[in-house]
Ligand binder design. Structure first.
Ligand SMILES: [Mn+2]
Length: 491
């Protein structure tokens, strides 16, 4: 109950400053990293999460490893999300073991320590400090943890672990031996639903991640010029992340100009930007392991062309209509469906759709469901009430089959329109199995003169939305998205 109360108080505070700082785009973000540390009362939230998991264990166990798989020195260390969510602890090479045995509900291991690790990586926190801060019932050495795990996997009890950490799962299976009596279940089944509803301390981290990302986007709006490279914008973005204490992006930055704006997950970021191009940036700072995911699309030379303007405004209208739908009691996919309706009507008016009831014409333009959960993972865990494929099959007339939105959920909304140069040529291939070839040929002939005006135009607008008891709060509200605001900032 306590966590909901603090969430409520937090919401009351931030709804009071719900509007961006006018034309100057004063983004309330400070370099001060003191908010990375958890207070003792916040640490109780981690304990409450563990209790909830332990209550459902019934003589089974949870074994988690802090280290997420990554290649040597290629990426910065970042703890496994399940391990972190249940412990708050962030040292590499540690294990957490949860059990329903009241004497040892929570066992945490110290990281392995050797002279070599002291020389190369420095020491871990002293044991007394770890005990004090993270409150395990047993704080054991790395070796002791290994032998405890070894005995637990021999008992035949069910072991919950992160099955996506394939190397660790293989190690546990090897320890358990050949007889196959030990079942390794996915920790996701115990924890994912908890992760769907964000606590106030999680919302605070997400808000800061969003504010840092908004600052990066406004920095680009101020600096972007024709004849600069995409990677110069990427440097400005990720440099801004670092400047505000975000250790790394939550995912590879997508910074695509001109034709690259039409590639959904374009990542090389190497092109020389030209006057008249659009620049699409889908980026997110990670702060305290929580990631933002914001997309803005801007004209490289600071002024939208009439064609760009009409597509941009259509996507923006769709996105705003979607955000209206994002409140408790509405369905997860209601936002997407509202956006889809606006886009289909707009494209029909422009002459880019000839039959607004044609499923394949709609699917040609609307490429993905516009929402996903956001949190420790950029595509965060949790049941959305349907699969990607099911969501894509729905037409505006279908009844919604997804999931009811609840206060505390955080999800993105990211409609987009992408006019690939070869888009029309690809049509017969894309819909070979679901549309008549003559129907496709007629569509191409009719639409081509209009489509060609928009070739190499890619527009996506993405915000991060917190569902509240009364509606929603746009966590990424400090990143400008109205045409006049963007043009004003780029002057
Ligand atoms: Mn996204």
């Amino acid at each position: 109950m306590k966590k909901y109360l603090s969430l409520l108080i937090y919401l009351l505070i931030i709804t009071g400053c719900n509007h961006p700082g006018g034309r100057s785009w004063m983004i309330p973000v400070s370099i001060d990293p003191s908010d990375l540390a958890y207070t003792p009362s916040q640490m109780e939230s981690f304990e409450a999460r563990r209790s909830q998991v332990i209550d459902s264990l019934n003589n089974s166990f949870v074994i988690l490893k802090s280290t997420a798989p990554c290649s040597f020195n290629r990426h910065e260390f970042r703890p496994n999300n399940y391990f972190y969510y249940l412990t708050g602890y962030e040292a590499a090479g540690s294990y957490a073991i949860l059990s329903s045995d009241p004497q040892q509900k929570f066992t945490l291991s110290l990281p392995p320590e050797s002279i070599r690790s002291l020389i190369y990586s420095g020491g871990a926190l002293p044991a007394e400090e770890i005990q004090e801060q993270y409150g395990p019932d047993n704080l054991v050495s790395y070796k002791e943890a290994r032998s405890l795990m070894d005995s637990l996997v021999q008992t035949g009890a069910t072991i919950y672990t992160d099955r996506s950490d394939i190397a660790f799962l293989a190690k546990l299976q090897k320890m358990a031996g050949e007889d196959g009596s030990t079942q390794f279940s996915n920790i996701a089944s115990l924890v994912d639903e908890m992760r769907v509803i964000k606590e106030s301390m999680e919302v605070e981290k997400l808000q800061k991640a969003c504010n840092i990302t908004a600052r990066a986007l406004t920095n680009v709006m101020k600096e972007c010029r024709p004849e600069m490279y995409e990677f110069e914008m990427e440097a400005l973005i990720e440099g801004t992340f670092l400047e505000y204490g975000s250790a790394m992006p939550g995912f590879n930055s997508i910074v695509g100009s001109g034709p690259n704006s039409t590639i959904l997950h374009y990542e090389p970021n190497t092109r020389l930007m030209k006057s008249g191009d659009l620049l699409l940036m889908d980026i997110g700072a990670e702060y305290a392991y929580y990631t933002a995911d914001i997309t803005r699309t801007i004209p490289v030379n600071g002024k939208f062309t009439p064609e760009q303007r009409s597509i941009y405004q259509l996507v923006l209208d769709a996105q705003l209509a979607a955000i209206e739908q994002m409140k408790p009691g509405k369905m997860f996919m209601d936002g997407h469906m509202a956006a889809k309706e606006v886009i289909v009507n707009g494209l029909t008016e422009l002459g880019l759709i000839t039959d607004p009831t044609s499923p394949w014409q709609i699917k040609f333009y609307i490429l993905y469901p516009s929402s996903h959960f956001l949190g420790l993972d950029v595509h965060d865990v949790g049941d959305k009430g349907g699969s990607f494929a099911q969501f894509m099959e729905q037409t505006p007339l279908d009844s919604m089959k997804s999931r009811v939105l609840e206060a505390g959920m955080v999800l993105t909304i990211e409609p987009g329109l992408y006019f690939r140069e070869k888009g029309l040529e690809q049509l017969p291939k894309i819909f070979a199995s679901e549309a008549d070839s003559i129907e496709i040929a007629e569509f191409i002939e009719e639409v081509r003169p209009i489509y060609e005006q928009y070739v190499n135009t890619g527009v996506r607008i993405e915000d991060d939305i917190l569902i509240t008891t009364r509606g929603n709060i746009n966590l990424s509200r400090y990143a400008p998205k109205e045409i006049e605001d963007i043009e004003q900032l780029m002057k």
